[in-house]
Structure formats: structure tokens, C-alpha cells
Design a protein around this ligand. Structure first.
Ligand code: OGA
Ligand code: MN
Length: 219
């Protein structure tokens, strides 16, 4: 999307494309999903953060949360600011939430997201973002921020089949403006070792407690 604006028609079109993909296969990859300028400002924002603001990311359920550098080596900063580029992102996430709820009756209730920096050599081994039956994180979204990325740079996001864990379903190059959306419980995924500094935003929609109203699992 090569504009500064993001109008209701854009979100409706994008929401429909994502909803169709989620219905048919449980994940969706959209290139140029957000206005170029917004993505660029998010890239500049993450680059301006101070090293001490980044935390080593953890693994495991909330009460067993721990850091494990054999599993993941990214550094994160949670997005909370209601200003500038971050507020554009949060308003985009809110619009997408409304649109997907309208089209899929997912009952998405809240959204959380963080910037992630993978330094050269960093990776995130195969994992799922939510455990089945716990009805916590329902939908994962990742937005990529690097304005340039070549195949030799590694750092791809790879989605695997839940039924056949070694079958690659999709390999995504982390190039600015690409948005990956997938059902959090259904797709084991990994970030391949990155050869350069890699910047993304990872986010999750949750449902509200026990009122689970979700899309059918993909065939
Ligand atoms: C995550 C994740 C993917 C990516 O943070 O849980 O899977 O491509 N991120 O950054
Ligand atoms: Mn993940």
C-alpha cells in the first residue's frame, strides 16, 4: 500500500482477504498490508529505542515464564505508546480486530504486541503461540519492518503443518509491509537464524475468558 492514508475501504478489503484465507487454510500472508510511510515510521521508531529498553524474550506459560537462549534469541519491547507510529499500529490492529470479528465471528477481545529485534545469528525455534484448549491467544499477527531483505539474509518465518510437523506450509521473507496472520494454536512455526538485524512486530488477539467463539479449524 503506497500511501500515507489508511481508509475504511482499505481495511475492509484487507480484512476480507485475510478472512477468506483464515477460513480456507488458517493463515494469510499479505504483502504491502499497511501504508509504506507507517511501516517506515515503525522501523525508525524501533531503531531509535535505547538498547536498555529491550528485554530478552521469554518462553513458556505465564507461571513458568523463563528465558532460554537455546529456543529464542530475540529482544523485545512491548508496544504501549498511544503516540506516533505506535498509535497508527494499534489503531490498525483495532480496525483489523473489528473487521475480522464482523466477518468471522471470532470474538477477538484484546490485543497485545511487541517490537522484536533479532540480532545477527538470532532465531526462534519451532513453537506454537498458544496451547490447545486454553483459549488464550487465538490469532497471531506479525508485521515485518526491514525495508530491504534478500534470500541470503535468512531470518524467514516458516509455518509448519500441525498434523505433519515436518511439512513446511509457507516460508515468509521478513520484508517491510508484509503481514502474516495465523491461528495461534494451529501452526507450529519458527524464525530461521537471521544474518542481519531483523525487526518485526509480533502481536496476538485474545478472546475473553471462556466465551470461545472461534473459526473452524482449517481442513
Ligand atoms: C513470535 C514469532 C515470528 C517472526 O514472536 O512468537 O513467532 O517472524 N515471531 O518474528
Ligand atoms: Mn510465535
Amino acid at each position: 500500500m503506497n500511501t500515507k492514508e489508511f481508509v475504511p475501504a482499505d481495511i475492509e478489503r484487507l480484512g476480507s482477504a485475510i478472512a477468506d484465507d483464515l477460513r480456507s487454510r488458517g493463515f494469510s500472508i499479505q504483502l504491502g498490508a499497511l501504508p509504506t510511510q507507517w511501516v517506515d515510521e515503525l522501523y525508525q521508531t524501533v531503531n531509535r529505542l535505547q538498547p536498555q529498553q529491550f528485554k530478552t524474550a521469554g518462553v513458556g506459560r505465564a507461571n513458568q515464564h523463563q528465558t532460554d537462549e537455546n529456543i529464542r534469541k530475540d529482544q523485545i519491547v512491548w508496544i504501549e505508546s498511544k503516540e506516533g507510529a505506535q498509535s497508527n499500529w494499534l489503531s490498525f490492529a483495532g480496525s483489523l480486530q473489528r473487521e475480522l470479528n464482523r466477518q468471522l465471528l471470532l470474538g477477538l477481545f484484546s490485543f497485545e504486541s511487541h517490537f522484536a529485534h533479532y540480532a545477527p545469528g538470532a532465531f526462534y525455534k519451532t513453537h506454537v503461540d498458544a496451547f490447545k484448549g486454553q483459549a488464550n491467544r487465538v490469532l497471531s499477527v506479525v508485521l515485518y519492518l526491514n525495508p530491504e531483505w534478500s534470500d541470503a539474509d535468512g531470518g524467514e518465518l516458516v509455518l509448519y503443518s500441525d498434523a505433519e510437523p515436518h511439512r513446511e506450509l509457507c516460508k515468509i521473507r521478513p520484508l517491510a509491509g508484509t503481514l502474516a496472520v495465523f491461528l495461534s494454536e494451529e501452526f507450529p512455526h519458527e524464525v530461521k537464524p537471521s544474518k542481519r538485524d531483523r525487526y518485526s512486530i509480533a502481536g496476538w488477539y485474545r478472546v475473553n475468558g471462556s466465551s470461545v467463539n472461534r473459526v473452524d479449524p482449517p481442513a
